[in-house]
Write a protein that binds this ligand. Structure first.
Ligand SMILES: Nc1ncnc2c1ncn2[C@@H]1O[C@H](COP(=O)(O)OP(=O)(O)OP(=O)(O)O)[C@@H](O)[C@H]1O
Ligand SMILES: [Mg+2]
Length: 326
């Protein structure tokens, strides 16, 4: 899928006016964002600027002080009011169940989702059949992330990179509308990082196959990373969040929290276009200057070009409250 095609797709995520702070300390100062279905977005920003705070607001674990988040599913606009199966998240520090094999770590999500505690007691046969089915799904997914040989291993028998892949399979098996990755490869060495980037390219290929079959893209990804190269390489679009912005020239006060200061299409490596190394380097330098250099604050709207090309979500469309995960 090309960047242009991704921007024409209907939205999966709509963030409206998110503000958040801790005590008197403002962290996020008005975040608006629309992500179309099938898009892969890299999100960068200085340490402590609020990237995790923004993802936590989107996933619904920590509702923001102000603003709203909507997720679209089958054309329905769902208001995020808490964690749900529609938004998956993988953190840098994965947390697997230590007493379950890789297979059951992945299978447990759908099993719990499709059964209740009394149901598991009262209908053991049905539960066993269901478990066999979700284990098949989990096995296939572990194959996709390159862990066919490790399905029966426990987390202490897996490397960090393997555990991280199990965590990604755990998120993917729930078929979320939106997958959030918060520095998922941060603790991995260079070689393992490259393998994980290859996994993202596989998700991208699954989107391309769906597009070829006339189906909606199954994967939409927002990934926080501290590696600018990674953000430019694995995404269609790169966003930067930063507290270093200055609108005084426009008659507004100085920064009181982070805003999106950069929103542009990437050089198109993921989209399968011919990589243009000069453009790549220029964008990397621009991104570094705009988001990370506190001595050079600039008017944020200067670098927010991509978002403007996306058709806004239908204003005021009725939203259904998204059920919280049991
Ligand atoms: N629960 C909390 N209570 C108080 N302050 C918090 C809390 N969580 C985060 N903060 C502060 O809010 C700011 C934003 O934190 P956040 O973790 O969102 O940043 P980040 O961009 O993800 O940083 P990093 O790149 O280091 O992961 C930081 O200054 C942090 O110290
Ligand atoms: Mg963080």
């Amino acid at each position: 899928m090309t960047t242009a095609a991704a921007s024409a797709a209907p939205p999966v995520l709509e963030v409206r006016g998110i503000r958040h702070g801790y005590g008197a300390k403002p962290v996020l100062d008005g975040i608006d964002l629309t992500v179309p279905r099938g898009q892969f977005v890299g999100l960068v920003g200085p340490s402590g600027c609020g990237k995790t705070t923004l993802l936590n607001a989107i996933v619904g674990t920590h509702p923001p002080n102000a603003g709203e988040v909507f997720v679209y599913r089958n054309g329905q606009r769902l208001a995020v009011a808490g964690p749900s199966r529609h938004v998956g998240i993988v953190y840098q520090r994965y947390s697997l169940f230590p007493d379950l094999t890789a297979l059951d770590n992945v299978a447990i999500g759908p099993l719990l989702d499709r059964t209740s505690i009394p149901g598991r007691w009262l209908q053991p046969l049905r539960t066993r059949r269901l478990l066999a089915g979700v284990r098949d799904e989990a096995r296939a997914l572990l194959g996709t992330v390159g862990l066919h040989d490790a399905v029966d291993r426990f987390p202490h028998q897996l490397s960090g990179g393997m555990c991280q892949r199990v965590a990604i399979a755990q998120a993917l098996i729930m078929k979320p509308e939106l997958l959030l990755l918060d520095e998922p490869f941060g603790a991995l060495d260079e070689a393992m990082r490259e393998q994980m980037q290859e996994l993202l390219l596989q998700l991208h290929r699954a989107n391309a196959a769906a597009a070829a079959a006339g189906q909606p893209a199954p994967h939409t990804v927002v990934m926080v990373t501290h590696e600018l190269n990674e953000a430019l390489y694995v995404g269609h679009r790169v966003l930067a969040l930063s507290q270093h912005w200055d609108w005084r020239g426009a008659g507004l006060p100085k920064a009181s929290g982070a805003r999106l200061v950069y929103d542009k299409a990437t050089p198109g490596v993921l989209a399968g276009e011919r990589p243009d190394s000069a453009r790549y380097e220029a964008q990397r330098a621009e991104l570094r200057a705009v988001a990370f250099d506190p001595t050079r604050p600039c008017h944020p709207t200067m670098h927010l070009t991509y978002g403007r090309s996306i058709a806004p979500a239908p204003a005021g469309a009725p939203a259904v409250a998204l059920e919280a995960r049991p």
